[in-house]
Design a protein around this ligand. Structure first.
Ligand code: SF4
Ligand code: SF4
Length: 546
């Protein structure tokens, strides 16, 4: 690599931490939301501005709006009040955030990130803070504090890794979410969130794909699948009375490598004869409301359920997405649920009843497919994936947000011959974030993304060097969009794929022609050469020893 790698320096703040102002240096922050999308979403204070401007053009009463909003949320979310009160500053979370590890900036330690808000809480909402101000750990709410919130709450991917290590269970992601929500009240938001959310309202998905473009894309995918397999698959869209509504992130229709995952889904659904439908109206599983406000999250989530009702399906199947599952698993039931007009998902192929989804009626594709494999319903040829030495990145939201740890691994171990886990302290509940989630996957903050993604890339590098791993799999659209850039920088030579891409490669379909390419259209490689092959499959985790 010709460019020098990013230098990581551990910095310390000497003196008063509140006196250190954020520096809006190119590559470390996200651009502000354009007036058009703010207006489209009906959010306050649409205007043109940028974080590096001196004047952020805040409303005249911005301070009162923030304090009123804070007070209202302290009353509404007991967790918020608890998180504001109970931190004992033990420091157990301090070195667990990938942004701190990659940037060395102390304000990226979860405890200090939370303190940005906690200091305002103390000053305005506790008796000690009102009486004694900074002596009680409080500080005045100023425009500089707003700028600091913006900078650091958009350097948190809401991944929740820190919460795993906090003895009190303080979830800094929830604090970041409230911080962003408060900033939204005065029109301080980022474009990479508001524009996709506005697109989602306007045409049904983040990418702004019109219904006819959506239909063309699916038909094009069917054409490609036919070329590869010799089998023509149906592309049902908005089919009333179908048993299942299938919802997946819109990147699957157009993005790379997401698209190969879409081919995998389509091959699978055809092979098992699933009675399902896509929908142009609910053509987005992702929900950028999670990154901006509870209200927007609720509005976006309702589209999926409105469409399920309109089409009269029995239940919903969801594709490989990260934050969609956090919303469904942790918020759907109390936001728009329980979805009593739907039925508890039952696999029409195996008869398995997925009771754990009884309030949301939405099942994860990895659970669905793992059940098919477990019941011997799929014929698989894992040697078709022999060009890959595979590892698996636990995407934060399915892993920590919903505990989906085993099913993707079970699928992978059945569809490929060479699977190697990354070190134990970097996977499963302790997985390291891609560094670009929660709306931060944009271009202008690339330096921060590469810094934040460094711990994940470092673990990939470990298995690349030890086992020759050349493919990182995951089940999140943001991961698929951002990990290729991260790996190109830190671990060149490792590609990224969805789990159902490998499933689609290995799936032996009835009546198929001889497969000569994988779903990427690349020649099927022969068995990995003896020289490069690992001594045996490694399906366990390993610890890094310095
Ligand atoms: S681990 Fe928990 S209690 Fe300890 S400093 Fe971090 S947030 Fe506070
Ligand atoms: S939620 Fe993730 S990104 Fe945010 S402070 Fe915790 S570890 Fe860092």
């Amino acid at each position: 690599m010709s460019e020098p790698l990013i230098q990581i320096e551990q910095n310390q703040i000497s003196g008063d931490w509140t006196a250190v102002k954020p520096e809006f240096r190119k590559g470390t922050y996200c651009y502000s939301a354009g007036a058009k999308s703010v207006q489209y979403l009906g959010l306050p204070n649409p205007r043109e501005w940028q974080p590096f401007d001196q004047d952020w053009k805040l409303p005249a009463d911005w301070k009162q709006i923030i304090l009123d909003g804070f007070k209202e949320r302290l009353g509404r979310f007991r967790s918020l009040r608890l998180f504001m009160d109970i931190c004992v500053r033990c420091g157990a979370c301090a070195d667990k955030c990938h942004f701190f590890i990659g940037s060395g900036d102390p304000k990226n330690m979860p405890v200090l990130r939370a303190e940005l808000m906690r200091s305002i809480y103390r000053r305005y909402f506790t008796t000690a803070g009102r009486l004694f101000g900074s002596l009680a750990g409080g500080r005045e709410l100023t425009e500089d504090v707003i700028k600091e919130w913006f900078y650091y709450f958009y350097q948190c991917t809401e991944c929740r890794r820190c919460s795993v290590f906090c003895p009190y269970g303080i979830d800094t992601a929830e604090i970041t979410m409230i911080g962003r929500e408060l900033l939204n009240l005065i029109g301080v938001n980022i474009n990479w969130i508001t524009e996709p959310a506005a697109n989602c309202y306007r045409v049904g998905n983040h990418l702004g794909i019109q219904p006819h473009g959506f239909k063309d894309s699916l038909e094009f995918a069917a054409d490609e699948l036919e070329e590869i397999t010799g089998i023509r698959v149906d592309v049902p869209i908005a089919k009333k009375g179908a048993e299942i509504l299938f919802v997946t992130p819109s990147a699957d229709y157009f993005g790379t490598p997401h698209y190969y995952t879409l081919l995998g889904y389509m091959a699978l659904f055809h092979e098992i004869g699933l009675d399902y439908t896509f929908s142009a109206y609910a053509s987005e599983g992702g929900n950028f409301g999670l990154f901006s406000s509870h209200e927007m999250m609720k509005r976006l989530n309702s589209k999926i359920y409105d469409e399920a009702k309109r089409l009269g399906v029995k239940w919903i199947l969801g594709g490989e997405c990260g934050h969609m599952w956090r919303v469904i698993h942790q918020y759907m039931d109390t936001m728009n649920g329980p979805a009593d007009f739907l039925e508890v998902p039952v696999s029409p192929i195996t008869g398995t009843r997925f009771d754990h989804t009884k309030s949301t009626k939405m099942l994860h594709i990895a659970e669905f497919t793992a059940d098919l494999i477990h019941n011997g319903k799929l014929k698989l040829d894992p040697s078709r994936n022999d060009k890959w030495k595979v590892t698996y990145h636990d995407s934060c939201n399915p892993a920590r947000g919903m505990g989906l740890l085993e099913e993707p691994r079970y699928i992978l171990k059945n569809v490929c011959n060479h699977f190697h886990e990354m070190p134990a302290e970097t996977i499963r509940e302790q997985t390291f974030c891609c560094g670009s989630g929660s709306g931060l996957g944009t271009d202008e903050n690339l330096e921060m993304r590469l810094r934040g993604g460094f711990p994940r890339a470092n673990a990939v590098r470990y298995v690349k060097e030890k086992h020759g791993v050349n493919l990182l799999t995951c089940i999140c659209a943001i991961d698929k969009a951002t990990l290729p850039t991260l790996l190109e920088y830190w671990v060149p030579g490792v590609e990224v794929a969805g789990v159902h891409e490998l499933l689609g490669n290995a799936l032996v379909m009835r009546g198929e022609k001889e497969r000569v390419t994988n779903l990427r259209g690349e020649p099927l490689a022969a068995e990995v050469s003896a020289e490069n092959a690992p001594a045996e499959n490694s399906n366990g985790s390993e610890a890094i020893h310095a």
